[in-house]
Ligand binder design. Sequence first.
Ligand code: MLT
Ligand code: MN
Length: 311
Amino acid sequence: MYIRVLGAAAGGGYPQWNCNHPNSRSARNKDPNAIARTQSSIAISLDKKRWFIFNASPDLRQQLWNNPELMPSAEDPLRYSPIMGVLLTNADVDHTAGLINLRESQSFNLYGTERVLGVLQSNTIFNVLNPKFVIRNPVKLNEPIPLKYTDNQESGITVTPFAVPGKVALWLEDESKGSNFGSVEEDTIALEVKGPEGNTEFFYIPGCANMPDWLKDKVDNSNLILFDGTLWTDDEMIKENVGIKTGQRMGHMSMSGAEGSIEAFKNLNIKRKIFIHINTTNPALLENSSERKIANEAGWEIAYDTMEIEI
Ligand code: MLT
Ligand code: MN
């Protein structure tokens, strides 16, 4: 199985359009230690000809440009896309807005929880995905779903979605519903991905608010995890005067600290650990930062656009 990181940054990308934090400025200045990244998404394939995309970022068009295997090739019909399906892990703008790039009468399978598909259903802009061609497939928590190619053949890839601690998408928050803004389990899912032999190939968890023991047990002894790397410290946006929210308020656990992901994964036996969905303020984005060094020394890699992983 091949995994291609289409976008490694969190919502807004790196650098974010209106961010003048030194991190963002360095990326804008094309500092080789501050490599720009598009918004959170990966593509997976068994043959590098047919791909499934996990989350559709607003940068999808640029991501296809950066990954020519995901565009039609000379042998393909006049209207064709190697994108066989799109699976959504939440309804965040950085994970759904890219769907509108996949206009209009091109077949593919769209997978998401009923909650997330319901949100798309109630927003008519997504009708740009012609329902005669784009099949919306609801996925149920903890039920394996075989991903299908557009000719309806099973790909051999099976995904089991499961709920992880998180929060409803920012644009759907309901303040009248208390401190979790009306979040439900189906708002934030993780994916366990199996290949044709039925083995778990990897876990994809781009958003996670904390790491309960059951989640540690679930991902322990696996080959690969791509995990929420939004912030380095919970209050970094406030401290650096570029935001008013903590990571916890946004539904993300941080990399560092006693409650952080580096600590949470410390005693787990996972062959390869990669942070993805990284915010423009996170110092671990910088190749030469002490935070990058700490993450690397703890066995973590920092994802970058076009990163390819073969498992
Ligand atoms: C998140 O991951 O918290 C959201 O993508 C935030 C946002 O929409 O900027
Ligand atoms: Mn996000």
